[in-house]
Each structure stands twice: as structure tokens, then as C-alpha cells.
Design a protein around this ligand. Sequence first.
Ligand code: 13P
Length: 251
Amino acid sequence: MRRKLVAGNWKMHGSRRSNEDLLGAVREGVRSQHAECAVLVPAPFLAQAESLLSGSVVAWGAQNLSEHDAGAFTGEVSAAMLAEFGARYVIVGHSERRALFAESSKTVALKAQAAWRGGLVPVVCVGEQLDERESGITERVVEAQLEAVLATAGLGEQELVLAYEPVWAIGTGRTATPEQAQEVHAFIRALMARRLGSRAAEWRILYGGSVKAGNARALFSMPDVDGGLVGGASLQAGEFLEIVRAASVAA
Ligand code: 13P
């Protein structure tokens, strides 16, 4: 049985002062009987997340990493560095990185491999643009993004979390309906099953894109929606905790 996971993607938000309140409230609000919960913070705040969340049931992680392990790569951060600060998860291939930082599916695959080498769990994001959905090629787009990772990542025993994030639903307030999400999640699960057999049933597929307290429960009650990757709503403790509770009820 897959345990639901709610991960907050803070994106480029936060400050040492405001993080104290947010991390403190999340730490206090999440209980072991709830769904699994993680906060994915900007890299400079990992030490703060480690110090404020250690000993709690809340995990933490990062939003990006280098595909290289070390070397002359100015400005980059390696998996091992993230792991030194207790990071468990790292987002790979978020649509903002694909679109704004020209990350190809090949790079995404290399980053997933780097995460595994460093002992992290990659949260690999896939999702179609609005025009792609409207032209009826959602499944083709998602399949190509996933196949690129599967082809080079050579899946062994490593843990992987997938996130389906339709680009048109990110930060727009326009969420996919539970049925739209389920349709793509089931498609992804079937594709994984063809590649991995029964192991596909173990992997969590999160939904991301305007998840809020008000729509979380319906989304998470779908059989192949194993939790959420939450952007804007993860910056408000009350809203985020409601989403974690919704996942716990739906679990
Ligand atoms: P929003 O929840 O703000 O739409 O962002 C979703 C997202 O990009 C999570 O990675």
C-alpha cells in the first residue's frame, strides 16, 4: 500500500525569519499518523530546515541539484551537499526549470541519477502545456518525458517519486479535475508497469498544480493520486496542514 506524500515546493520564497514560523507550525501540526509530509526549500535554507525539523516526522529537501558530483561548475549544488544537510527529496525536472532554464529531458534523467548516487529520492516532474492538452497529445508528451528518464536512468532498486504537474494548472488557480488527474496518473502507472512489472505499484505519483485545502481531498481520493506537490499553498501553514490532513483522510 502506497503511503500518501504531501510535499511543499516553496519555490524561491522564504527568509530566515519567516521560515521560523512556517517550519515551526508545520513541525507542530504534522503527526506520525498523518500522511508523509516534506518541505522542499531553497538550498540556502536547508541548514535551517534541518535544525528546525530534525526529530520531527516532517522530511525536507531541495528543488534542484547538479547532474555532476563535484568539480568546476560555478553556482551548482551537488546531491552530496544536499544530503549533508539531511535532505531526503529533491525535485527534478520541474516545468519552471524545463521552461526557464532550458532543462532537457536528458538533463532531467542525469539529475535523477545524480540524486540516487547521493542517496536522495528524486521527485521527477512531468506535465503538458495547455496547447498540448487542447490538441489531445497529453499522453504522448508525458510518455516522452518519462521515457527519457527511464531510458537513461536504468531503474534499479532506487526509490522514485513522480509528480504529474499540468503546466496550465501551476500557479493559475485552475486545477485539473480529479478525473483529469486520475486519467493521466493511471496512464503513467500503466506505462511504468510495462517497464517495471509489479514494482510500478509501489511508486508514488503526486499531483501538482493549484492544490488547495478546498480541492485536495477530492484529488487525493483518486486511486492513482498518491498525494500532492504543493506550490503557493505550502507557504501558508494553515492551508498546507489542511492539505496534509486531507491526504491522511484519503489514505
Ligand atoms: P502551485 O501549487 O502554486 O500551482 O504550484 C504547483 C507547483 O509547481 C508545485 O511544484
